[in-house]
Design a protein around this ligand. Structure first.
Ligand code: COA
Length: 333
């Protein structure tokens, strides 16, 4: 039998640089409360959100992605021709094909990098970091550009009380490459498609084609059931990610869960028994829920504001529509 040559694995990977781009508009609770018969007070108390960032009509998910990726690549110090793959996680790139990643590879000048999109909603960034880690350590790619990006304002219904008022626009990016030390712990990930209906589109594109009067599809969720799952089940996966990485709560410097609701974040901190000195990402207060972008955006804010620093050990966990989840412990760049 012919013996094949396989890619040569490398021992370790880490995140080399992170970049972020938020929508340029500051949308307050008062700006959106009217059509849902809500109030600034209710939204602050029940979600923690004070403003959400949204992008104007002239910028789409590719523009946000390009800006974040440019910053991440610069921060990483990696040359464009050393990036072998690009993974984009988004639910707001409105063509089935070609992928956002392929277009972005060209825009960023990293052609002929392998390019593909993944659909893992609010867990997408952690899914993609897990993929990038595996690609780098297997020797399949020297460096991988990961992008989590959403222009969720394109799929909101201003009269919807279930989810639209939570959502914002932004993109976060990271470059993952080889490392002299372990910088990305094992990814603990999974799904439960039996609960696919709990966060969903109002109707499918096919249904829209059959009946144009349905109008543009928007998002809906069963808030309380998703809230219970996120608050009481998802913490277990973060715990498992710590165990898989061989660390405990006392080793964690920074905790960045998906920015879905401040009450869920605080509940997870309690459940994981994280010490008081652990810095917690609470970017939701100013940015809102930006799905796949929310974790890198929150990390970027902590780094920019000096609350977190390079070398800090960060527990991150994404969770959302699917239902899907992914968690890992990473060393911050
Ligand atoms: C959406 C969410 C903020 C709603 O908060 P909640 O505390 O669960 O609110 P409930 O749906 O139980 O409703 C409580 C009350 O507030 C009212 N209410 C619901 N939505 C409201 C809104 N947007 N504004 C004002 N009042 C609202 C309800 O009518 C209800 O009133 P009642 O007590 O008089 O019947 C919350 O469920 C949530 O964050 N869910 C999970 C989000 C998430 O993690 N998503 C996954 C990732 S994207």
């Amino acid at each position: 039998m012919t013996t094949l040559t396989q890619a040569t694995p490398v021992a370790h990977s880490r995140i080399l640089g992170i970049g972020a781009e938020r929508g340029e508009l500051f949308v307050t609770n008062d700006d959106i409360a009217g059509p849902i018969d809500s109030s600034d007070e209710w939204i602050r108390q029940r979600t923690g959100i004070v403003t959400r960032r949204r992008a104007g009509a002239d910028r789409d998910v590719l523009d946000l992605s390009e800006a974040a990726a440019t910053k991440a690549i610069a921060a990483s110090g990696v040359a464009l021709d050393e990036i072998d793959a690009i993974i984009t996680s988004t639910i707001t790139h409105f063509v089935q094909t070609p992928s956002a990643a392929a277009i972005l590879a060209d825009r960023l000048g990293i052609t002929p990098a392998a390019a593909f999109d993944i659909s893992a909603a609010c867990a997408g960034y952690c899914y993609a970091i897990g993929q990038a880690d595996a690609l780098v350590r297997s020797g399949a790619a020297r460096n991988v550009l990961v992008i989590g990006a959403e222009k969720l304002s394109d799929i909101i219904d201003p009269t919807d009380r279930s989810i639209s008022f939570l959502l914002g626009d932004g993109a976060g990016a990271a470059v993952v490459g080889a490392s002299t030390f372990p910088g990305i712990g094992p990814t603990v990930w999974g799904s439960d498609g039996s609960k696919a209906g709990t966060i969903r589109q109002t109707h499918t594109w096919m249904e829209l084609r059959e009946d144009p009067s349905l109008g543009w599809p928007t998002l809906r969720q069963d808030g309380p059931s998703v809230f219970k799952w996120a608050s009481f089940q998802v913490g277990k996966f973060a715990q498992a990610a710590m165990e898989a990485a061989g660390v405990g709560p006392q080793d964690i410097d920074v905790f960045v869960p998906h920015q879905a609701n401040l009450r869920i974040i605080d509940q997870m901190v309690k459940q994981l028994r994280l010490p008081e000195n652990v810095v917690v990402g609470r970017d939701i207060v100013e940015t809102g829920n930006t799905s796949a972008a929310s974790i890198p955006l929150a990390i970027e804010r902590l780094l920019a504001e000096g609350q977190a620093k390079s070398g800090d050990v960060c527990l991150q966990i994404g969770f959302g529509a699917g239902l899907v989840y992914a968690a890992q412990v990473v060393v911050l760049p």
